[in-house]
Design a protein around this ligand. Structure first.
Ligand code: AMP
Length: 318
């Protein structure tokens, strides 16, 4: 099953404690596509300016990303400049230049309108709503957002939540949006506004998936070297939705597996600047890393028949 994604196609300038990259390929749509293309065909819709190095998107096409919905408009491309200090979990936005993005009205090509899986990547919620008006009854719609839009487009964002199945956001965004410190409360607050699933990502501390009556958690992969956290969230979303689309399954069991595929793809994204690592990673690398996730949390519980720890097992000798 194919995935339609509408998101930013950016030129990013990023500074991390490990180095610096200027005007490299970035954007929520770009990272998502690079990641999801490991699972399923992707249809990317977005806008670039006439300064955009379009040839740099060719490797995505080579990976099965249909670029027919990438519009080139007169003006400057969307540019984002960010910095990570020692806390690699949160980006400090230094500059956002919307450029051609500020006049963008997404036009979903006719051949993409029946996409069964739709991801509304981090863009203006008004545009995310416009996309939903153009697609025909997808099986699953998921969306992402960020502080920039939570501050400037809150009513539209809440309207959007009433129209999607899955909301993905990070812990800081969840707290900012709901004004609740406790993430369980924040997730419930979001679920009450419409979606049936909320995924709250906590960077190097893993990701929670909440439904109305369950909670699932996957750790983050304990990487020895993180180079650039930019795009981890979009790559997570690419693994998550890409897996569901490939399996053509939106059950809770599939979503739990999808959280692990998402975590695996996020962990690859941060190993290099831009989409570099996502482009070179292989199927075998993904399978191996998902196996590592399994081992990371596998343990044998020594439980009595009633489910309680056997006497003396916990704190024995203490
Ligand atoms: P993340 O996966 O959350 O690290 O997303 C990083 C990407 O988001 C970068 O490549 C940026 O180009 C993009 N980005 C930053 N700010 C915005 C914004 N206001 N709207 C859309 N995309 C953005």
């Amino acid at each position: 099953m194919s995935v339609l994604v509408v998101g930013s196609i950016a030129l990013d300038s990023v500074e991390t404690p490990f180095g610096k990259a200027d005007h490299v390929l970035g954007g929520s749509g770009t990272f998502f596509s690079a990641s999801a293309s490991h699972f399923t065909p992707v249809q990317l819709v977005g806008v670039v300016g006439n300064d955009y190095p379009l040839h740099e998107l060719e490797p995505l096409r080579g990976r099965g990303v249909d670029l027919a919905g990438v519009e080139q408009a007169d003006g400057a491309s969307f540019r984002w400049r960010g910095r990570y200090r020692h806390d690699l979990n949160s980006a400090e936005t230094l500059e956002t230049h919307l450029g051609v993005f500020s006049h963008f009205a997404p036009k979903i090509p006719a051949q993409f309108r029946d996409a069964p899986f739709v991801f509304l990547a981090n863009i203006d919620p008004r545009l995310q709503l416009q996309v939903l008006e153009q697609v025909q009854r997808p099986k699953l719609v998921a969306c992402d957002t960020m502080n920039f839009w939570i501050e400037s487009r809150r009513p539209e964002l809440l309207e959007l939540f009433g129209k999607v199945d899955v909301v993905l956001l990070n812990d800081g965004e969840a707290r900012q949006l709901t004004e609740l410190t406790n993430l369980v409360h924040a997730a419930r607050w979001i679920l009450e506004r419409g979606p049936r699933v909320v995924v709250i990502k906590k960077g190097e501390h893993g990701a929670f998936m909440f439904t109305r009556d369950s909670v699932f958690f996957a750790p983050a992969y304990p990487l020895e070297s993180i180079f650039d956290p930019t795009g981890a969230g979009d790559s997570f979303a690419g693994g998550f939705i890409g897996y569901l689309a490939r399996a053509d399954d939106t059950s809770e069991a599939a979503m739990r597996r999808a959280v692990v595929y998402g975590s695996a793809m996020g962990s690859f994204a941060v190993e290099q600047f831009s989409i570099g690592r996502l482009l070179e990673v292989t199927r075998a690398d993904i399978v191996r890393r998902v196996g590592d996730f399994r081992r990371l949390v596998a343990f044998e519980a020594e439980l009595d028949d009633d489910g309680a720890p056997a006497p003396g097992e916990i704190g024995a000798g203490a």
